[in-house]
Design a protein around this ligand. Structure first.
Ligand SMILES: [Zn+2]
Length: 136
């Protein structure tokens, strides 16, 4: 998306806590990713991945920065954030202090649907998981 439009406003922040969580777990937002956005620490890479997807869906740039490993953290702006429609976690696993999540995320830009498939790397440091990078 090359220009700003109203989509970004629709996405930004005012989630109804009783709505179904954007991550697709089927649980209410307040019992799912809302907990992590409110300060709880995700216990697994998959929980972190889901909460980051939800943060993208809700336009929560601060949460994305907090959970991004300092070595790879971009100067994040969500001006071009598409409308995120659905997350499918295909596989997730941990090996020691490394975690991996293979997922597909579906989005919409204008009238066009798109899909992102990624294998994300996570690392456990300072008693919490961080997102490091994704391989497409
Ligand atoms: Zn969730």
């Amino acid at each position: 998306m090359s220009q700003r439009d109203d989509n970004n406003n629709e996405n930004s922040g005012d989630a109804n806590p009783d709505n179904t969580c954007p991550c697709g777990s089927g649980a209410a937002y307040r019992k799912c990713c809302g907990l992590f956005h409110g300060g709880a620490t995700p216990a697994t890479p998959e929980q972190l991945m889901r909460s980051r997807y939800s943060a993208f869906a809700l336009g929560m740039a601060d949460y994305l920065k907090q959970t991004w490993h300092p070595s790879t953290k971009p100067s994040l702006q969500l001006d071009d954030n598409p409308q995120w429609l659905k997350l499918e976690v295909l596989e997730s696993w941990q090996r020691g202090k490394k975690g991996f999540v293979h997922f597909r995320a579906f989005y919409k830009v204008g009238d066009e649907l798109g899909m992102l498939a990624e294998k994300s790397d996570f690392v456990f440091e300072n008693d919490r998981w961080y997102y490091v990078k994704g391989d497409y």
